[in-house]
Design a protein around this ligand. Structure first.
Ligand SMILES: CN(C)C(=N)NCCC[C@H](N)C(=O)O
Length: 288
């Protein structure tokens, strides 16, 4: 099994993650808290109360986890295509796989990465939702003092299964939308690249950016539900399950609730995935 795809996926995912984390914090707050009037209000409040560091809350764990999550995503995608089409990454420009194969390989990568991502994503969301400024002498400490403390507290208070809270919604979110992610990327690259050649850097950046936007627009409804399920159980259980969370969210906030955070999600998705695909392609070309 070729391992370069796993390593390239890890490095490119980490680069994209650092770039996108501040947007991600604003998105998570907008999806789970009702105190903000919009993106700008949320950004101003985070900056005033928590300084620039507030935007980077909960980032250390995802950085550590990209090694697993992104390498599984890209490694499983590429190796599934290898099984389905018997072509390696280098051969795929000359013998392009069908869109059905790309979609199936993307869904497989999305499904498996969701399971690796679930506990890391839960901890990220819990930390991002802490609105206290950094611990200061005399002020009460925030509930979670860091990722390890957060993981240990969830384990203690909510049991081992608590670490997988929201995992179903995450899997349902990622399986089809990662298929959409790779189809959009490949489709745009093919559209703007002469047959048999490698796409130019500009094409990779634009195709990667739009792949991010298309997949995140499709993922947003389940992303909202996933984030709410992850915050449920912090104090008391509000939802009986995913369906209950969907129904009560729509009852209280209308259908628009499914698009909470879609603008910030898209603004984040473009640069993150442009950089991710560019570094992924170039790392594989270097090593190829
Ligand atoms: C819509 N979904 C779940 C995706 N497209 N997932 C693929 C990776 C996305 C990238 N790491 C990011 O954080 O945007």
């Amino acid at each position: 099994m070729p391992v370069e795809e796993f390593v390239a996926g890890w490095i490119s995912g980490a680069l994209g993650l650092v770039l996108g984390h501040p947007f991600d914090t604003v998105k998570v707050r907008l999806q789970t808290q009702t105190t903000y009037r919009g993106i700008v209000d949320c950004m101003v409040k985070i900056y005033r109360h928590e300084s620039l560091l507030g935007f980077f809350k909960g980032m250390s764990f995802p950085i550590a986890s990209t090694a697993v999550v992104n390498s599984v995503l890209f490694g499983v995608y590429s190796n599934t295509l290898l099984v389905l089409t018997a072509t390696s990454h280098q051969e795929r420009r000359a013998q392009p796989p069908s869109y059905t194969h790309i979609f199936l390989a993307g869904c497989t990568g999305g499904f498996l990465q969701a399971y690796c991502l679930a506990p890391f994503d839960l901890i990220k969301v819990r930390l991002q939702n802490q609105t206290e400024p950094r611990a200061q002498p005399g002020s009460p400490p925030p509930r979670y003092q860091g990722p390890v403390h957060c993981a240990a507290s969830i384990f203690r208070e909510e049991g081992p299964r608590g670490l997988f809270r929201g995992a179903w919604a995450l899997t349902l979110r990622d399986t089809p939308t990662v298929g959409i992610y790779f189809i959009t990327y490949e489709g745009l690259c093919r559209q703007y690249t002469p047959e048999g050649q490698n796409p130019s850097s500009a094409t990779v950046l634009v195709a990667g950016g739009f792949a991010g936007i298309a997949s995140w627009v499709a993922a947003t409804p389940l992303d909202v539900i996933k984030s709410r399920m992850q915050m449920d159980g912090l104090r008391r259980r509000v939802y009986q399950g995913m369906l209950d969370c969907m129904v009560s969210s729509v009852r209280q906030e209308g259908l628009g609730v499914f698009f909470r955070g879609v603008t910030i999600n898209s603004a984040r998705a473009f640069p993150v995935n442009a950089v991710t695909f560019l570094s992924y392609e170039y790392l594989l070309r270097w090593w190829g």
